[in-house]
Design a protein around this ligand. Structure first.
Ligand SMILES: Cc1cc2nc3c(=O)[nH]c(=O)nc-3n(C[C@H](O)[C@H](O)[C@H](O)COP(=O)(O)OP(=O)(O)OC[C@H]3O[C@@H](n4cnc5c(N)ncnc54)[C@H](O)[C@@H]3O)c2cc1C
Length: 120
């Protein structure tokens, strides 16, 4: 790693973004993801989870990181769902939001009814 210590901040409570939260386990088993994260940690990378970069109330300001680190790389992904501007859109759910809820165990499978939001 050419002499640089690397710290990854993430607002979620588990590392690796969509790989953990959106890709179903039948496509990418969770133990493989976990081992990959462990390998990255063993290489010296530090994960700081549940830290919202840019939202000082829930995390850390970008300006504070600029002071503490030699360089920053922002890789926020593409989680914002664009509006498609159709009537009744408020009744729909985005695919990404649905996959995230499934991966976090917040969607249950009712008998013969497909998937439905789990009671919270
Ligand atoms: C069902 C599915 C199947 C896929 N299959 C494939 C495939 O077969 N092959 C392939 O190449 N790709 C596939 N992809 C796409 C691939 O998963 C994504 O392109 C990739 O994971 C995106 O990585 P990323 O690091 O850019 O973004 P993300 O994985 O979204 O990571 C961004 C991270 O930034 C964090 N973050 C965002 N804003 C902040 C903030 N302000 N403060 C702190 N943290 C923040 C988020 O919590 C997230 O953890 C698939 C995606 C899905 C949903």
């Amino acid at each position: 790693m050419s002499g640089h210590r690397v710290t990854i901040f993430d607002r979620m409570d588990e590392a690796s973004g969509l790989i953990t939260y959106a890709i179903p386990a039948y496509r990418l088993p969770k133990d493989i993801v976990k081992r990959a994260i462990e390998t990255i940690e063993k290489a010296g990378v530090t994960f700081k989870l549940n830290v919202d970069v840019g939202d000082v109330g829930k995390g850390v300001a970008l300006s504070a990181l600029q002071k503490d680190f030699d360089s920053l790389f922002l890789a926020t992904g593409a989680w914002k769902q664009p509006s498609i501007g159709i009537e009744g859109e408020e009744l729909t759910q985005s695919g990404l939001e649905f996959l995230t809820r499934v991966n976090r165990g917040k969607v249950s499978r009712g008998r013969g009814q497909g998937c439905s939001p789990a009671r919270q």
